[in-house]
Design a protein around this ligand. Structure first.
Ligand code: G3P
Ligand code: CA
Length: 335
């Protein structure tokens, strides 16, 4: 991030492995994609924050996971935006609601953020309404300031959401992204910025235009053959697989032995950052749950321990404190 070269040279290492990455900020503790969520994660000591990017109608990149806004903002109660309610097909899926692409930045900025999973994370609702939706510009500036204030570079993993959909709208995400990174002096390999997407086309396009590291995200069901990994290796520096591609779950939902994905990726020089590790029982393998309550916290630390033992380079998580504990413990054991 925006630290001086001098400060960077004082930093212990720019190649942090394993890294703890805060998924949408510390979203186990604050409503996702708020400056408070990112700051909370940085305060906890994460190496990087992860940010999803979509575009407003006037081409400004903002931090939201979905184009549809009602799950994470107060838009449904805002009568002045009732005319924007509609049905939209996004990547082949029909959705009903209010969409970022229909809002100018000015109007979007009047919305208040709120917790996506109030039933699972009731404590986070205390922060409902406290903030608006942040822009990429604002998040990068905040992370740069925090890096300097804390004397350590905090990285940013930027995920381009629905890139093909945005292309079709005439709002390509990569254009304002590279412009903003350049404007903030972050378009160089030591900037601690990583570019990610599930869509290979936009990553291939970016690979020809930036020296920033590129990560191909992989979901359950994606092809993991040697040929597929060779293909990814042509344009990417790493992969970001779903945790179950590294630690497969059996028929009972329990994890056991790791797959060979980390080994196969590392043989090609590809890093591996897994997503998304969450602390609540409902998201954990059945053999790491504590008790029957789905929203109670289970044994996420063991989940991270197992991922580290499988050789991953980074863990993208809603609960950075548990991942950091496991990473520190593994560093201690290894020393
Ligand atoms: O960092 C990758 C991970 O965030 C992908 O999943 O759906 O949370 O964006 P998602
Ligand atoms: Ca993401």
């Amino acid at each position: 991030m925006t630290v001086t070269r001098e400060a960077l040279e004082r930093a212990p290492s720019l190649v942090l492995s394993p890294a703890v990455v805060a998924h949408r900020g510390a979203s186990g503790h604050r409503p996702e994609h708020t400056l408070d969520a990112y700051r909370t994660a940085i305060r906890m000591g994460v190496d990087d924050i992860e940010l999803d990017l979509v575009s407003t109608r006037d081409g400004v990149l903002v931090a939201r996971h979905d184009l549809e806004l009602s799950a994470t903002t107060d838009v449904a109660g805002r009568t002045e935006f009732a005319h924007l309610l509609r049905t939209l097909v996004v990547d082949g899926e029909e959705q009903h609601g209010w969409f970022v692409q229909d809002f100018t930045l000015h109007d979007l900025k009047t919305l208040a953020t709120r917790e996506r999973m109030p039933g699972t994370r009731p404590g986070n609702t205390a922060y409902d309404g406290a903030e608006g939706i942040p822009t990429l510009t604002e998040v990068l500036a905040m992370v740069g300031a925090e890096s300097i204030r804390r004397g350590r570079p905090v990285g940013v993993l930027l995920e381009l959401k629905h890139a093909t959909h945005h292309d079709a709208l005439g709002l390509p995400l990569d254009v304002p992204l590279l412009r903003e990174l350049s404007r903030q002096g972050l378009d160089h390999p030591w900037a601690r910025v990583v570019l990610m997407s599930f869509e290979a086309a936009v990553l291939r396009r970016l690979a020809g235009r930036t020296r920033l590291p590129i990560v191909q995200l992989l979901d359950v069901g994606d092809e993991l053959t040697p040929e597929a990994l060779d293909g990814i290796d042509e344009y990417a520096d790493g992969i970001g697989p779903h945790t179950s591609l590294v630690l497969p779950r059996d028929r009972t939902g329990a994890i056991g032995e790791p797959s060979c994905l980390v080994r196969d990726a590392h043989r090609r020089g590809l890093t591996v950052h897994v997503w998304t590790v969450r602390g609540e029982n409902r998201f954990l393998p059945t053999n790491l749950r504590h008790g029957p309550a789905p929203d109670a916290l289970g044994d996420m630390t063991t989940m991270v321990r197992e991922l580290l033992a499988a050789g991953v380079d980074g863990v993208i998580t809603d609960h950075p404190e548990a991942a950091l504990a496991a990473v520190r413990e593994s560093a201690h054991v290894g020393s």
